[in-house]
Design a protein around this ligand. Structure first.
Ligand SMILES: NC(=O)c1ccc[n+]([C@@H]2O[C@H](COP(=O)([O-])OP(=O)(O)OC[C@H]3O[C@@H](n4cnc5c(N)ncnc54)[C@H](OP(=O)(O)O)[C@@H]3O)[C@@H](O)[C@H]2O)c1
Length: 314
């Protein structure tokens, strides 16, 4: 089995490069080798490498910048996945692709099911939704795995920003009217492996393309539970303090909750980013861990294995 993997320098791609080990020959392509903004190069690379499976976590992910680069976001997030899907279909190779909670407008109160009406409210969300539609149009065997609020060892993210701020400042201000589930890139990639192995034990190695064909579609893959950015930041600060990490902030009560209107951003964000994991569980028997469990484990790994990502300031 030849597996073509994009985006290895990103949060999810970095973990996939580990999680997919043993499932086949991993052909990891960088932006230089396969630029998603260059549709001809995508065709050339796929036709030359002839993979049996394509896994595509690469994307244009700078949400605010996308507002001023809508054409580039569309090419990378919508047109490129369409070309990848068409090439995958020619080869009979299934495609695993990642998408986002930002395909929804966040106005509904309940967690979103996969069948819910999409209505993105920013350029990035519109480009990702167009990518989902292009994939569904061009190939028959795909998983589109929608996730949210991703953090991980590789790449910058909210969690690392909170660690830095907690080391630099005695007080923080955090938005408390947007709700979602922080999801660890390692869990996303480990679950991807599990899905590919169709429930075999972790030691299994045989990917069954027919299983992917039978279960082709969109799945929500976010940590269980929900919080706000304020709740998330408070949890991180409490964990850091419990691990005796030197921080300036003396407790989560020093984090002030504010409405998102206090912090206008170039791109609008959905108020409700909660995605239901029911279909993931009913189709594959997979239940995602609680967000608190994964954040706590990640922080322990970050502190004990890698050292702090930011040195405490004087
Ligand atoms: N981050 C989140 O909170 C979040 C939330 C929901 C869904 N998602 C989705 O999850 C997936 C992975 O996200 P992530 O957080 O792992 O992303 P990330 O850390 O921002 O990484 C993006 C990856 O895409 C690559 N890339 C960007 N433009 C490219 C291009 N033109 N050609 C080839 N490669 C290109 C980057 O390569 P370079 O290193 O060369 O730039 C990088 O490897 C994406 O589909 C994203 O939409 C993310």
């Amino acid at each position: 089995m030849k597996i073509l993997l994009t985006g290895q320098t990103g949060q999810i791609g970095h973990e996939l490069a580990q999680s997919l080990q043993g499932l086949g020959e991993i052909i990891s392509v960088s932006r230089q080798q396969m630029n998603l903004a260059d549709l001809d190069q995508i065709r050339d690379v796929i036709r030359t490498t002839r993979p049996n499976l394509i896994v595509n976590p690469a994307a244009y992910t700078t949400v605010d910048k996308a507002e001023s680069e809508p054409e580039l976001a569309k090419r990378i997030n919508a047109e490129a996945p369409g070309v990848i899907a068409a090439e995958a279909q020619r080869l009979g190779a299934p495609l695993v692709h990642y998408s986002t909670d930002y395909v929804f407008d966040g106005k509904q109160d309940l967690p979103y099911e996969e069948t819910a009406q999409t209505h993105p409210i920013n350029v990035y969300g519109r480009s990702k939704r167009a990518g989902e539609e292009a994939i569904a149009r061009h190939c028959e065997a795909y998983w589109i795995l929608r996730t949210s609020w991703v953090y991980g060892a590789g790449g910058g993210n909210f969690l690392k920003t909170v660690i830095r701020l907690a080391q630099e400042q005695e007080k923080l201000i955090m938005v408390d009217d947007q709700f979602g589930a922080p999801t660890w890139s390692k869990t996303i990639s480990d679950v991807t492996r599990r899905l590919l192995l169709n429930g075999q034990a972790a030691a299994g190695t045989r990917v069954d393309p027919d299983h992917l064909r039978r279960t082709s579609g969109i799945y929500h893959i976010t940590a269980a539970g929900e919080t706000s950015w304020h709740g998330y930041a408070s949890f991180i600060v409490d964990r850091l303090r419990a691990m005796n990490v030197p921080v300036k902030i003396c407790g989560s009560d020093m984090i002030a909750p504010v409405p998102s209107s206090t912090y206008p951003t170039l791109a609008h964000r959905p108020r409700n980013s909660r995605l239901s994991g029911r279909k993931l569980t009913s189709t594959f028997g997979v239940t995602m861990p609680a967000w608190q469990t994964d954040v706590a484990t990640f922080l322990e790994e970050l502190v004990s294995e890698y050292g702090l990502p930011n040195k405490p300031s004087k």
